[in-house]
Design a protein around this ligand. Structure first.
Ligand code: SAM
Ligand code: SF4
Length: 335
């Protein structure tokens, strides 16, 4: 049993009990909102945290009061030792929730082993119900395989599955009613996510669409929805349409900034801590993983400099003085 330390707070009093670990920057897709079309040079293997380092890092965090861990990427299921990583984390008794964000393509083969290794929840990305469009948005993905992955995972006793849907103006926003209908007969929490300007060029302004479109679709279809509370749901606001098995959520960091309730720290695959998704502040913590006191110092420093908020809503990023947005693409952070 690890000795429990006080819970982590930043300088604005926000409590931190949640870490997101990107276990790889590699991915088998190149989604339009995440990676450039030509791809990115992936980190060489030796630059990426090993399984032993990830497990020791989570033990350190558990000593500092962290209870929830999300594994992300790149695509976390591209790591050949992902089962070993999950087993190692699941053996840490202070961690009470292990989740993963995945593009779902490997779930038909891997869902059962993930569950057996101790994974508690899955967030699966699904941006369209149209095969051709899925291939375009993901630059190569196979929708049938993804839907089979969701189906396979749904038959296992994971906690409620979440579906992540990034709304892209002109590409999938006309499917909003179809996504809402999907919640009628699927017991999932479908989260509409605003397209965030992380390493995006000017085209982003045209591709961004605010999430008021979701409520408009409910009204047009005369669907009555009510707010609901879901456990451990972080920044999303959740609703259920009358009679639906599932629910829907809105994650709108741009139109409705939720930084005041941010409870997360992010660790990149190459061992940097990022206290905010947006800004370029980051510090390498890899060398400190096996030295708890210096590890704790680095985490406390990251929290001390955690900014109050991001500035994604500033369409002209040059307006932001003295601070630079991150150099990383989303696949190099983890979402
Ligand atoms: N490969 C996994 C996946 O796609 O689910 C995990 C990594 S991905 C970076 C994590 C989440 O970030 C996904 O749900 C993805 O849709 C979302 N994401 C990526 N780029 C984004 C952007 N620019 N704006 C909003 N969400 C984004
Ligand atoms: Fe890969 Fe996920 Fe990024 Fe798509 S969103 S390119 S699946 S890391």
């Amino acid at each position: 049993m690890l000795k429990q330390q006080a819970v982590l707070h930043d300088s604005f009093g926000r409590r931190h009990d949640y870490i997101r670990i990107s276990v790889t920057d590699k991915c088998n897709l190149r989604c339009v909102y995440c990676m450039p079309e030509e791809g990115l040079p992936f980190f060489p293997d030796e630059r990426v945290l090993s399984c032993a380092e990830i497990i020791q890092m989570v033990k350190n965090f558990a000593r500092m009061g962290i209870k929830k861990v999300r594994l992300t990427g790149g695509e976390p299921l591209m790591r050949s030792d992902i089962i070993e990583i999950i087993k190692g984390i699941s053996a840490i008794t202070e961690i009470d929730d292990i989740s993963m964000t995945t593009n779902g393509l490997a779930l038909p083969k891997m869902a059962k082993r993930l569950y057996q290794a101790g994974l508690n929840r899955l967030n699966i990305s699904l941006d369209t119900f149209d095969k051709k469009r899925y291939k375009e948005i993901t630059r190569g993905g196979n929708l049938d395989r993804l839907l089979k992955g969701i189906d396979t995972a749904s038959q296992l006793p994971f906690k409620k599955i979440k579906i992540n849907t990034v709304i892209i103006n002109g590409q999938n926003d006309h499917e909003i009613a179809d996504f809402l209908k999907y919640t009628f007969d699927h017991d999932v929490n479908l989260r509409f996510i605003e397209f965030m300007p992380i390493q995006q060029d000017e085209r982003w302004k045209k591709q961004y669409r605010g999430l008021d479109a979701i409520f408009n679709a409910c009204q047009t279809n005369h669907w009555i929805y009510e707010p609901i509370r879901l456990d451990g749901n972080g920044p999303s606001e959740n609703y259920k349409i009358g009679g639906a098995k599932g629910s829907f959520g809105l994650i709108h960091p741009i139109s409705c900034n939720f930084c005041e309730s941010c409870n997360r720290l992010r660790i990149t695959a190459d061992g940097y801590i990022k206290s905010c998704l947006y800004w370029d502040d980051e510090e390498n913590i890899r060398a400190a993983i096996f030295d708890f006191d210096s590890f704790r110092e680095k985490i406390q420093h990251a929290l001390a400099i955690k900014p109050k908020n991001h500035e994604m809503a500033l369409l002209n990023q040059e307006q932001v003085k003295n601070k630079k947005p991150t150099w990383r693409h989303m696949s190099q952070i983890g979402g």
